[in-house]
Write a new protein. Sequence first.
Length: 167
Amino acid sequence: MIRVARAGDVERLREIEVVAGRLFAEIGMDAVARDEPLPAEELLEYQRDGRAWVHTDEADRPVAYLIAKWVDGLVHVEQVSTDPEHAGRGLGKGLIEHVAEWARERGSRALTLTTFDEVAWNRPYYERLGFRPLAAGELTPGLVEIRAEEAEHGLDHWPRLAMRREL
């Protein structure tokens, strides 16, 4: 079931990010695997603003989550993570579809995100969900800023790109 995240879910979201991140070590991206999860206070901001959703198991425990923000008038998927024990069940796709409807209802013309270009569960996955890579000239000022922050954080050690899905 998908629902809006609650304040009490935040520590679980951080746990999901850690275990999902470990998959990057299997493909030689150790720095990404070791990266700290988002701070609880930052996740609470998304939660308080109603921009955090979880997919829960039968016990109402989050097993996947998505957070989003507004960037240049469009909804930007900031993070989507699934606990690897629950991967392959369409939970991430369900969250993307849920936020797409939420965004559409609020007047967003598209969803955007940034991701790793050469990671199987990143670019190809999002392409299957209707996202397309953006050329450098298509980046909005907000996406340029996000990409600069990612580069400063060291994520550009591996090819990254911004993507967009029309709604």
